[in-house]
Write a protein that binds this ligand. Structure first.
Ligand code: 0RA
Length: 646
C-alpha cells in the first residue's frame, strides 16, 4: 500500500501502475491459477464488501453464483465506490480503483480502519483477471454502471437511472485465458466461506444464491452470537464433546484498541483445533496472533493450577498437555497487517502476539476462577493428558520390543495363569504388590483366574514421572499376558481373558497405578475399554465382626449400615480397617474380591478412562461421599454401577 491519508478524496490516490503485471504474473497476486487462485478472485471482492460491513457502512452482502458456475455477483449495501471524477487523472475514482494497481485511498487508516490491507489492490487484480466485469454503484440517488474486460473499460461510466439507497455490485467471470476453460466455483466452498463470515461479523446478513441448482438454492445467514455461536457449531461438527460435557465456552470481545474476538473450549479431542482470522480473513497457517493465544492459554492455566495448588505429583505438565483438546476461534483486527505470502496464510506482525496474550490471559484466568467446575474438569483433563503422554511413551518403548504374543511360551514369568484357555471364562487380575499377588494366587480359582502381580515399587509415582517407567517390564508383561497385541497389531480375537481386573490398594500409590494403567489402556488398548473388558476390583475397606458373624464393608457408609442393621442388644462389634490388600489373607480376598458370586467390581467405561484423577480417586480413594457421588453421577454409564456383580 502506498498512499496513507486521513480522509478520502479523488486526488488521494497516488501510485498508479497498469494491470499488465497482474496478467503476466498472476501467481504473484493471487498465489496461483489453480482452484485456490480462481476462488481467490471471489474472496477479494467479497472482502471489500465485508469491509463495508466491518466499518459500519453496510449490513448485508449477497453473493450469486450464476448458472454457468463461473460468473459471480457480489452485492453490498455500503456506501458505494465513489464515482466522482479525479481531476488529476481525468477519470472516475471507480475507474482508477478498478484499473490501477496499488490504488488505495479507501483502504487507508481513518477511512478503512480494518481493511485486510492487500484487499486494496484486490478489485483491480480481479478486474485484470476477469474476461468480463460489470460494476454497478448506487450512490447519490443514481445507479452508475461500467463494464470491463481484462482490466480495461469496455464502456464509459453511465448513469442508468435513479436508485434508492447506496451500495456496490460487482459481477465477474474469471478469464479462461488465465484459468483455463474447466474451472468453476465450488458452491459448497463458497457457501462455507460465507457462513463462516456470517459468524465472524455478528449481525451481518449474508445471502448466497446458488443458481447452478434448479431451482436455485438460497442460503441465508445471520448470527448475532458471533464466534461463540460458531464455536458451538465447530465443536458439534468435530464430534468431541466439551470438557466437562456441555461446558460453557470462554468468550471475549474487545472493541477498543486491538480489536479481537475469542471463543475457546476444551474438548475430549486429542488434538488442538484453532481457527484464526485477521480482519475477517482466515489465516490457515497461523502466525503471531495464534502464538499470542497459545501463550495466553498456557500461562492462564498454569497460573490457575499454581494458585489453587493443583499441581500434580509425579508428572510435569507441558504446554502441549495444557492445550490438548482445545477448540478455539480467534478473530483479530490489525490496522496494517503483514502477511507471509500474497495469499495471507500467516500473520507476521510481531506486536499482535503481545496484544492477544495480554488481552486473553487475564480474562481467561478470571473465567477459570469464575467457572470453578469447568476449570477443575479442565485441569483434570490436562493432568490426564500428561499422564497419558508419559504412559504412552513408556508403552511405545516397552511394546516396540515385543507385541502380539499369543503363545504361552512368551508369557511373563510372574504370571500365574489359569488352566482354562477359553477367554469367555478366563479372568486376569492385575494386582499391585507381590504380597497381595501371593494372597490372590492362593485365593483364586485356578481354573478360570490368572494373577499378574505388579511391583508397586517399580511403578510408583516418582518413577512414573521419569523416563525410567519405560524401563520397567510391567506394561510389557501386561500386554504379553493379554495376548491381543497393541496399536496397529491389536487383535481383539487374541485376547486371552474376557475380564481384566485392576486390583490395587486403596491408597495414593494404588490410585496412581490405576490411573497409569487406565490411561495406558485408553491410549493403546481402547477397544478393551469399549468392549467392557476392563474392571476395577473393589476389595472391602472394613471387616465387621459381630459375634460369630463376619461382614465386609466397601466403605464407611456400608460399615455404618451393617452396624445399624446387625448390631443387636449390647453385642460388641469388632471393626477392622484394611490398610492394604496385603492385610487380607487368601481366604478373605477370595470371599470379598475374587469370587464371582460374592465380589464387587466396577466396569470401566470410556468416560471413566477419559476421566481423570478425580474419578479414579473417587473410585479408589474411598472418600465416602465422593465415591458415592461418582457412582451416582455415572450410574447410567456403568452397568449396575453400584456394586456391580460380575
Ligand atoms: C473507496 C472509497 C469508499 C468506499 C469504497 C471504495 C468501496 C469499495 C467497495 C468495494 C465493494 N464494495 C465497496 N464499497 C465501498 C468510501 C466512499 C465514501 O467515503 O463515501
Amino acid at each position: 500500500m502506498a498512499a496513507r491519508k486521513q480522509s478520502y478524496s479523488g486526488s488521494d490516490i497516488q501510485v498508479l501502475e497498469g494491470l499488465e503485471p497482474v496478467r503476466k504474473r498472476p501467481a504473484m497476486y493471487i498465489g496461483g491459477t489453480d482452484t485456490s487462485g480462481f476462488h481467490h478472485l471471489l474472496w477479494e471482492i467479497l472482502d471489500n464488501s465485508v469491509d463495508e460491513v466491518i466499518n459500519g457502512h453496510a449490513g448485508r452482502v449477497d453473493v450469486v453464483l450464476h448458472k454457468d458456475g463461473k460468473t459471480v455477483t457480489i452485492v453490498d449495501d455500503g456506501r458505494g465506490i465513489p464515482v466522482d471524477v479525479m481531476p488529476k487523472y481525468k477519470k472516475s475514482a471507480l475507474e482508477v480503483i478498478l484499473t490501477t494497481l496499488h490504488a488505495g485511498g479507501k483502504f487507508e487508516q481513518g477511512n478503512y480502519i480494518h481493511s485486510g490491507g492487500l484487499h486494496g489492490v484486490g478489485s483491480s487484480v480481479v478486474n485484470a483477471l476477469a474476461s468480463k466485469l460489470v460494476v454497478e454503484v448506487k450512490r447519490d440517488g443514481k445507479k452508475h454502471v461500467q463494464t470491463y474486460s481484462r482490466g480495461k473499460p469496455t464502456s464509459t461510466l453511465k448513469v442508468e437511472g435513479p436508485a434508492r439507497g447506496s451500495g456496490t455490485s460487482v459481477t465477474f467471470t474469471p478469464d479462461a485465458e488465465i484459468f483455463g476453460e474447466k474451472q468453476k466455483f465450488d458452491a459448497e466452498l463458497v457457501r462455507e466461506r460465507l457462513e463462516a463470515k456470517s459468524y465472524l461479523h455478528k449481525g451481518m446478513t449474508v445471502v448466497f444464491r446458488d443458481q447452478t441448482q434448479s431451482p436455485e438454492a438460497v442460503h441465508s445467514y445471520k448470527h448475532d452470537g458471533g464466534i461463540s455461536e460458531y464455536l458451538t457449531k465447530v465443536v458439534g461438527e468435530r464430534g468431541k464433546p466439551s470438557v466437562p460435557a456441555n461446558a460453557p465456552s470462554f468468550y471475549l470481545q474487545r472493541e477498543t484498541g486491538a480489536r479481537m474476538e475469542v471463543a475457546l473450549v476444551w474438548t475430549e479431542a486429542t488434538d488442538e483445533h484453532l481457527r484464526s482470522y485477521v480482519n475477517g480473513i482466515p489465516t490457515p497457517n497461523g502466525g503471531t496472533h495464534e502464538a499470542g493465544l497459545r501463550s495466553a492459554v498456557v500461562k492462564a492455566v498454569r497460573n490457575y493450577i499454581e494458585t489453587h495448588e493443583l499441581t500434580p505429583k509425579g508428572v510435569t505438565l507441558t504446554a502441549e498437555d495444557i492445550r490438548e483438546g482445545i477448540t478455539a476461534l480467534l478473530s483479530t483486527y490489525v490496522v496494517e497487517p503483514q502477511f507471509q505470502g500474497q495469499t495471507k496464510g500467516r500473520l507476521n506482525n510481531p506486536e499482535v502476539s503481545a496484544q492477544v496474550d495480554g488481552t486473553v490471559r487475564p480474562a481467561l484466568e478470571k473465567w477459570l476462577n469464575d467457572n470453578k467446575s469447568v476449570a477443575e474438569a479442565v485441569v483434570a483433563r490436562i493432568i490426564l493428558a500428561a499422564r497419558a503422554r508419559e504412559a504412552s511413551r513408556a508403552a511405545s518403548q516397552a511394546v516396540s520390543r515385543k507385541t502380539a504374543v499369543s503363545h504361552r511360551l512368551n508369557l511373563p514369568g510372574k504370571l500365574a495363569d489359569c488352566s482354562s484357555t477359553n477367554p469367555a471364562d478366563s479372568e486376569l487380575f492385575i494386582v499391585e504388590g507381590d504380597s497381595a499377588g501371593g494372597s490372590a494366587k492362593q485365593g483364586r480359582d485356578r481354573r478360570t483366574q490368572a494373577i499378574l502381580p505388579l511391583r508397586g515399587k517399580v511403578l510408583n509415582a516418582e518413577q512414573a514421572s521419569s523416563d525410567k517407567v519405560a524401563g520397567n517390564k510391567e506394561l510389557q508383561d501386561i500386554v504379553s499376558a493379554l495376548g491381543c497385541g497393541i496399536g496397529k497389531d491389536f487383535d481383539a480375537t487374541k485376547l486371552r481373558y474376557g475380564k481384566v481386573f485392576l486390583l490395587m490398594d486403596a491408597d495414593s500409590d494404588g490410585n496412581h497405578i490405576a490411573t497409569l494403567l487406565l490411561t495406558f489402556f485408553y491410549r493403546h488398548l481402547r477397544p478393551l475399554i469399549e468392549n467392557g473388558n476392563i474392571f476395577i476390583a473393589q476389595p472391602p475397606l472394613y471387616r465387621v465382626d459381630i459375634g460369630k458373624e463376619t461382614h465386609w464393608a466397601l466403605d464407611e457408609v456400608e460399615r455404618d449400615r451393617i452396624l445399624k442393621e446387625k448390631l443387636k442388644g449390647n453385642a460388641k462389634p469388632n471393626i477392622m480397617r484394611f490398610k492394604g490388600l496385603g492385610e487380607m489373607n487368601p481366604e478373605q480376598l477370595k470371599m470379598t474380591t475374587l469370587d464371582p458370586n460374592q465380589r464387587n467390581a466396577l466396569r470401566v467405561t470410556i468416560d471413566d478412562a477419559l476421566m481423570t484423577d478425580r474419578i479414579i480417586n473417587d473410585l479408589m480413594g474411598r472418600d465416602v461421599s465422593a465415591r458415592f457421588k461418582a457412582i451416582m453421577e455415572r450410574a447410567s454409564e456403568v452397568e449396575d454401577a453400584e456394586e456391580l456383580d460380575v
